[in-house]
Design a protein around this ligand. Structure first.
Ligand code: GLC
Length: 628
């Protein structure tokens, strides 16, 4: 490269220097043995510089701001909202009109669910992308995405979109070329001339969609090749062992970053690297790739952060936030799948022993330059990521507990409060996952049907307790569209041919704007109470500096299996958060809170004193308190 001259060039050189080792240190380990490595490294550097040169000044300013405030995404005012553009507002132009609603709710982060051009027909909810440089025409244009993103920025809202790294649609240009016989593009995918290797790999792989997309490979007669298809047949896994795939994806990533997007949700990264004899999930190379991708963003689009979607077991999850050599350098955000699973598990069991064990054993009090994306529900099913070891450690059978949870949330377990739908029952392993909306899983659907007033109260309180939990544990709480209105399961998906096979659509309803218009209603309906309660929780969270993502979270023992508790150890004092997972009244001595570090004995959530000195703190059914 020529000697840097302009301010712009010098700034790029500075940014490249800052992250050079992170980028090339990883890439050398991944690809350094290849004869084409030096050429690849050069081309990549050029691509970074080109993206930097193309980056609008407005975004370079944002880069600078975030360099000065690198903790922006860890701050307590970060509150997320996740939605499908069409289901929320019809299209991108419609989203622009709903920003008041989001702002009133206290939202500072929006995730537009897959919005890049999907393949026609079933596209796995948009996760089968055929063109990363175009917006789904049904939703709008790239210019509109850029405009709505800029409008969000004006209101202090950051924008997240999905970047599907593991696969493209088989209709993607690269896949089309591969199919037409172009050897260069064949090497973008994992193709096999016969089934010897696929069979050998398959023996250690798990099936993601066993019920409707069994196996991990698909044979195409026209090219007489087996193609690696972890998810659906139309989603072709990319070959990340080929540096050209890395290069092309970096270009895509920076192209999107230059549209103003703030957070890239890296979809299904666990699957990026394949190794014979393993499950081909979370291999060490995956973390090298993610470290290198983060470095690429940091060089050419420094205000952009990465959210990693690794829905894996507790011990496997943490590395996505960067462990060992990747500490502070991998995902800025990762879904806290375990907190979500443990919330539902403890709610069904009325027992937090397993939750306390898992949260304490697998998650350190804090992570570097990163934080969690906490959530109760999302567009996907719930897989019961409870290992046999963790279950065994608290004296329950892993398989038994996982089966119990599916039966409970499906509603078939006697006495269950829930209504849900099974997802991807695996006859061979007995594994079954669950779909359903927060409100239906928490008991509202059943209680409303049965006119059970107490059941309704409990359901509302479960929903609010869950939101108070994800708002205080540490990380950005992600509110899933419609949960603030307590939307129930939507069974109409069964009438849609492209969706009928996929029960996840039961919790992907249309936004109910009529219901939203009736709220707030002074808490006279269950949805009114949920709406007020969630808005209140998000507002209170934003006002508590101790909920900053960098503040340590220490899981506590209360001596009561129905309670889950943790302390946020802020420099200004501890906040003791307690949640009652049962429908029974209980209490804790005020002295217990004092011993954990509470000083004011004030509940920051209700903003009222919790008990007099020496007294006891009452914990009603599904209580949630944040005691300072
Ligand atoms: C992610 C998405 C899920 C999709 C899968 C394959 O897990 O959240 O909806 O089916 O990736 O792209």
């Amino acid at each position: 490269m020529a000697k840097p001259r302009s301010f712009n060039d010098r700034l790029f050189a500075l940014r490249l220097d800052r992250s050079r080792n992170d980028l090339f240190g990883m890439l050398e380990r991944l690809y350094g043995h290849r004869p084409d490595y030096p050429r690849f490294a050069e081309t990549l550097t050029e691509a970074l510089k080109e993206a930097w040169d193309a980056r609008p000044e407005r975004l370079k300013w944002r880069d600078m701001q975030r360099d000065l405030e690198p903790d922006w995404f860890q701050r307590p005012e970060m509150n997320g909202y996740v939605f499908y553009i069409d289901r929320f507002a019809g299209n991108l132009a419609g989203v622009a009109e709903k920003l008041d609603y989001l702002q009133d709710l206290g939202i500072t982060y929006v995730h537009f669910m897959p919005c890049l051009k999907p393949r026609p027909g079933d596209s796995d909810g948009g996760y089968s992308v055929m063109d990363y440089t175009q917006v789904n025409p049904a939703l709008g244009t790239m210019d509109e995405l850029e405009a709505v993103t800029a409008a969000c920025h004006e209101r202090g809202i950051s924008v997240c979109i999905d970047l599907v790294l593991n696969h493209t649609a088989k209709e993607h240009d690269w896949a089309q070329k591969a199919r037409a016989g172009d050897e260069g593009y064949r090497d973008f995918y994992l193709m096999f001339v016969d089934d010897t290797l696929p069979k050998a790999y398959e023996s250690a792989l798990v099936e993601i969609f066993p019920a409707n997309a069994p196996g991990n490979f698909t044979h195409y007669d026209d090219i007489d090749r087996w193609v690696w298809t972890t998810f659906n047949e139309h989603q072709w896994d990319l070959n990340w062992g080929n540096p050209q795939v890395f290069l092309e994806m970096v270009k895509v990533m920076l192209f999107l970053a230059n549209k103003g997007l703030d957070i890239l949700r890296l979809d299904a990264p666990a699957f990026l690297w394949k190794r014979m004899g393993t499950r081909c999930q979370s291999e060490p190379e995956v973390h090298m790739l993610l470290h290198a991708l983060r470095a690429a963003s940091r060089i050419a689009a420094p205000s952009v952060i990465h959210l990693e979607e690794a829905i894996v077991s507790p011990a496997e999850m943490l590395p996505y936030l960067g462990r060992g050599p990747h500490d502070g350098k991998e995902g800025n955000l990762a879904y806290h799948n375990s907190l979500m699973v443990q919330f539902w598990s403890a709610l069904a069991a009325r027992d937090t022993t397993l939750m306390t064990h898992v949260m304490r054993t697998h998650f350190p009090p804090s992570v570097t330059n990163a934080t969690y994306a906490t959530y109760l529900r999302c567009h996907d099913d719930i897989g019961w990521a409870v290992t046999d070891e963790d279950a065994g450690a608290v004296g329950v059978s892993g398989f038994g507990h996982r089966s119990f949870l599916s039966d409970f949330y499906e509603g078939s377990f006697a006495g269950s409060f829930s209504r849900g739908a099974l997802f991807q029952v695996n006859e061979a392993t007995g594994d079954k996952r669950i779909s359903g909306s927060t409100a239906s899983l928490a008991g509202l659907e059943k209680a409303l049907d049965e006119g059970d007033a107490e059941g309704i109260d409990h359901a509302v309180d479960r929903i609010l307790m869950g939101h108070a939990l994800i708002a205080s544990y540490g990380g950005i709480p992600l509110l899933y569209m419609g949960d603030e209105l307590a939307l129930l399961n939507d069974y109409s998906y069964m009438q849609v041919p492209e969706h009928a096979h996929d029960s996840r659509w039961v919790h992907r309803p249309m936004m109910d704007w009529e219901r939203a218009a009736r709220l707030p209603d002074g808490g006279s309906t269950p949805e009114g109470r949920v709406f007020d309660g969630i808005g209140h929780i998000l507002a209170r969270r934003a006002a508590v500096p101790g909920f900053h993502g960098a503040v340590a979270t220490e899981v506590l023992d209360t001596g009561q299996p129905g309670l889950f508790a943790f302390a946020r150890r802020a420099p200004t004092g501890s906040i003791i958060c307690v949640f009652n997972f049962t429908e029974t009244w209980t209490g804790l001595p005020a002295s217990w809170f004092a011993a954990q570090g509470a000083t004011v004995m004030q509940d920051l959530l209700s903003d009222s004193p919790v008990a007099g000195p020496g007294g006891s703190v009452a914990l009603p059914p599904y209580a949630r308190i944040w005691v300072a």
